[in-house]
Design a protein around this ligand. Sequence first.
Ligand code: CDP
Length: 700
Amino acid sequence: MSTEKRREDNSAHTGGATAPLLPEVFNPWTGWKYSQRYFEMLDKRKALPVWEKRCKFLRYLHDNQTVILVGEAGSGKSTQIPQFVLEANFLKKHSMVACTQPNRVAAMSVSRRVAEEMDVTIGEEVGYSIPFEDCSSPKTILKYLTECMLLREAMADPLLERYKVIILDEAHERTLDMDVLFGFLKVVLRNRPDLKLVIMSATLEAENFQEWFNGAPLMKVPGRLHPVEIFYTVHPERDYLEAAIRTVVHIHTREPPGGILVFLTGEEEIEDACRKITKEICNLGDQVGPTKVFPLYSSLPPAMQQEIFQPSPAPLNEDGSPGRKIVVSTNIAETSLTIDGIVYVIDPGFSEQYVYNPRIRVDSLLVSPISKASAHQRSGHAGRTQPGKCFRLYTERSFNNDLPQKYPEILRSNLATTVLTLKKLGIDDLVHFFLDPPAPETLMRALEVLHYLGALDDDGNLTKLGEIMSEFPLDPQMSKMLVVSAEFNCSNEILSISAMLSAPNCFVRPKEAKTAADEAKARSPSACHISYKVAVLTTDEDLSWCLENFLDERALKAADDVRQQLVRIMARLNLRLCSPDFNSPDYYVNIRKALLAGYFTQVAHLERTGHYLTMKETQVVHLHPSNCLEHKPEWVIYNEYVLTSRDFIRTVTDIRGEWLIDIAPHYYDLSNFPSCEAERVLRRLYRKREKDKQDTKNRK
Ligand code: CDP
């Protein structure tokens, strides 16, 4: 029986939006008989709290253009609601349901789970789309995608006509892209009366959304969390990392079976904690059961991210102590992920956030205390499958009095990428577009940098260059560098560098061989950026080569995938792929000039005091210890500004002062420049260039 035929049969069965689902023997999406596993999963699905509200939800959706659904994490929103919509036959031929997720791990894991529940193959009827990976096909009717991917689709399809129902999941997280979608979909809904929107949230802040979406009805789903016992520390902990590790060991030695989820702040801290936990538990020998420790952070290669879904390890022998899985994660696991088997949560109360300071134009990664709402979300993980325990590594008094409000990301972010996206989507009124308008200074800074990059003209309209730049899922500086790289005859090299900077970190730095790893990285000629290029060019080499050079093979593979995607975009835009002659003395010069053409706003100058000062904002910065330069060049461009114990610049490349006035004279216009050593050097360079020009003219 054909799929089409079975689909018609199914609609006849359900007979409209409010009919209950009748389990059939045949899968209406594939035409195949359902597997045994389908029925097993169906029983579990039916026990989820959203199932009680299935008919009511479908009736609301039938009667309204927008519905807001609030339900605690684990109530079945992400997995069941999209299936209810599919089964209720809201779709017409060739239309689809989209369900957004706040990050790639969530998009991949929920879509896999739902494909299993629907008894279909992932990538066919149910698919996902995340930056640099599209796992969907013409057959796809339900697509889970990151919020930024839905915005990318809107660039080519401004009314999102391929979708009949759009579901915004985890709306309470208020990511930057979610806020853009709120503004954008409000416009789309006006122009597409046939489109339905579902907004799902785990917290009641959703009441704000009702007003924004013209009084859309709000439906609550009861929670089904098991009780979670909360423990606080008696005194504040001086070292939360050490306290977290101590608590893991305590749970493993004293508490009944059940997985542990530990929330830490960033990649380095998590990797360090994983090593220490493994070592400490190993030291306990056979007295305790085996453990598997999994790190989880957004830059971890996708295959490794999926490992957290593995079950706990089996006991070593028949009467041995039970095994335990331990997941050490950033706040990526806070709401959108369900990790089966977690019974204990350890919450030190911190997370790492990008915070943008428009005054000094710096995006920095800061470790800050989490909000009460986040603390609640975190503890909820302990009660998803059975009663659990949450260990908060701070005092109860701190919880009640000191935890800050949760701010939407838009109020603390650099908006350059967002403004470029909005311009491409044809949105000009940026002030009234947002539910919570960002600071005017932040918007101004975004418009200013896009103007310097040539993406906007003097009237703030998108230029041809800006249109092309907006096609790349990269930040505007990187897109600009890529688009103009052919002018420097090195687009192949810049593609590799962009791919590496967009993919997980490939440079491994094992504790026992830090120096050797640093030396391997420094073998590339005088630039961090260029070491990335060299790394990607060798992805075809064998594993031993990667090991020798301290490169992570999986991260290289991920970078190679990103590169191929970027190549496809370059080809679609007719951008030339070229390389300079490798033996030419200008080989690296060209690459460095192309880097500068994108990142001319991220330059630092070495002052006589021995410190670097960023241009224009004149902030004192230091080269990050991970950089691979052997000397301190007079001028550097940097990829990242990191604020930890000091102000660091990371991934730096040496450049020459002359290039600044050749490549970006509009930015290095000295009539509008703070007085500093760099300004005097540039003034000399301008004078020298004038003199050289005059001499050439005289000779003629
Ligand atoms: O969206 P919400 O947090 O309300 O719940 P959900 O993600 O739909 O999860 C409902 C249930 O599905 C969970 O409690 C898990 O039992 C299961 N699930 C899973 O096993 N694996 C996933 N990747 C997602 C959900």
